[in-house]
Design a protein around this ligand. Structure first.
Ligand SMILES: Cc1cc2nc3c(=O)[nH]c(=O)nc-3n(C[C@H](O)[C@H](O)[C@H](O)COP(=O)(O)OP(=O)(O)OC[C@H]3O[C@@H](n4cnc5c(N)ncnc54)[C@H](O)[C@@H]3O)c2cc1C
Length: 365
């Protein structure tokens, strides 16, 4: 069984890792010069299920995703990439009932989630939340953030050690078929690679790959802005979500800022200088929350394109009418990478569909 995976983002690398662990022969093809340089390299990379409580199947998949990260750290014997710092979230007073319902739902499902007075968390974490001491905040202690470049580097090394191949600067421009069976891929230099299975893990470009086999893959791509801050003056002990700004640690002396309301103001420009107006907006919001950040500098801004299937949910698995063609496209792909890698590797090798993936099949559209 030789599997060709198109795309070396976290999804493609996770599938390749899980396949090579099961002794399958794998080639990953990546059009960029380095791995994880697409959306995976421009992500807030928060591992959670707590933001997905409105759909049970999706909540369970993401919770399995969180647990798969913990297992992966053990398997690799290296957890330097998985920052298990927990996540605190507060909302405006009118949204408190919704937050309380999310916490109730998650904890009833056995997920670590609590509503606590701000003062308790401030004392426990040494976190200067500017809130009334009794104001309720949600605390999800098991949630984490991922250093994606580091994880991608570790996965790449491990895949190669297990006999897999990763080819960067290798763009797929056709998928070949014999009748309804996929037989391989052609690269832009006309080189042909044979394959028993081809996985479309091309993130926001997945619809172009699907067109190569005559399929529509409706995406709802959404740009998102991340601003890095260099800070000597303040250490953030956990991930923080607020009505105005989300922040997380980003390695020594750095924080990462993001907020979906700022994303909605972005135009078509995909390269923003760190002093461009949307970046300044993120920075000012962070400074209003933590005045110590006034001294911070902004070394880097990045825009990533979320690969969101049209109905918002993952699209994962074998396409029944095309033997050997698989799709793996999702938002929340950092949370879901390791679990989708495991489940799809099993499916590719055994053709059995795990019940966790049953609601997210490619042909539901
Ligand atoms: C601002 C922002 C915040 C986010 N926050 C979170 C979060 O907190 N938690 C979370 O879990 N998720 C988050 N996400 C979503 C998550 O980052 C993505 O779901 C995930 O990175 C998708 O990974 P991927 O491997 O599918 O795509 P990518 O990382 O984009 O990888 C696809 C790869 O395919 C390659 N490719 C495309 N076409 C071809 C071709 N023809 N031939 C060869 N290679 C090709 C591309 O170059 C690319 O490297 C966020 C995303 C954004 C933008």
């Amino acid at each position: 069984m030789h599997v060709v995976i198109i795309g070396a983002g976290l999804i493609g690398l996770s599938i390749a890792y899980a396949l090579t662990r099961r002794n399958a022969s794998v080639t990953v093809l990546e059009r960029r010069k380095t791995v994880a340089a697409g959306t995976s390299g421009a992500s807030f990379a928060w591992v959670n299920a707590s933001a997905k409580t409105d759909n049970k199947a999706y909540f369970l998949l993401n919770w399995a995703g969180l647990q798969a990260h913990e297992r992966l750290a053990e398997e690799l014997g290296n957890d330097a990439w998985l920052h298990r710092v927990g996540n605190v979230e507060w909302v405006s007073p009118d949204s408190l009932p919704v937050l309380a319902a999310r916490v109730d739902y998650a904890s009833a499902m056995g997920y670590d989630a609590q509503l606590v007075p701000a003062a308790t968390l401030n004392a426990e974490l040494n976190l200067p939340l500017p809130l009334d001491p009794d104001y309720p905040v949600a605390w999800f202690p098991r949630e984490a953030w991922v250093d994606v470049p580091l994880l991608a580097q570790i996965l790449t090394t491990t895949i190669v050690q297990h006999g897999g191949t990763i080819r960067t600067a290798s763009q797929v421009n056709a998928i070949t078929q014999q009748g309804s069976r996929v037989t391989g891929v052609t690269l832009t230099d006309d080189q042909w690679l044979a394959a028993d299975a081809v996985v479309n893990a091309a993130g926001p470009d997945a619809h172009r790959i699907a067109q190569m086999v005559g399929r529509q893959l409706p995406l709802r791509p959404e740009p998102g802005l991340l601003l890095s801050l260099a800070v000597d003056s303040m250490e953030l002990p956990c991930i923080v979500h607020t009505p105005e700004i989300n922040l997380r640690p980003d390695g020594e002396g750095h924080l990462l800022l993001h907020h979906q309301s700022v994303d909605r103001t972005l135009g078509d420009e995909l390269d923003l200088a760190p002093d461009a107006p949307p970046c300044r907006e993120l920075r000012e919001r962070a400074q209003r929350l933590f005045p110590a950040l006034v001294a911070a500098t902004s070394p880097r801004a990045a825009i990533g394109i979320r690969p969101i299937p049209a109905d918002g949910y993952p699209r994962v698995g074998q396409v029944p009418e095309l033997d050997g063609y698989f799709e793996a496209i999702t938002h929340s792909g950092i949370t879901l990478g390791p679990v989708l890698g495991d489940l799809l590797a099993e499916e590719i090798l055994s053709r059995r569909v795990d019940p966790l993936l049953a609601p997210f099949r490619p042909n539901r559209f």
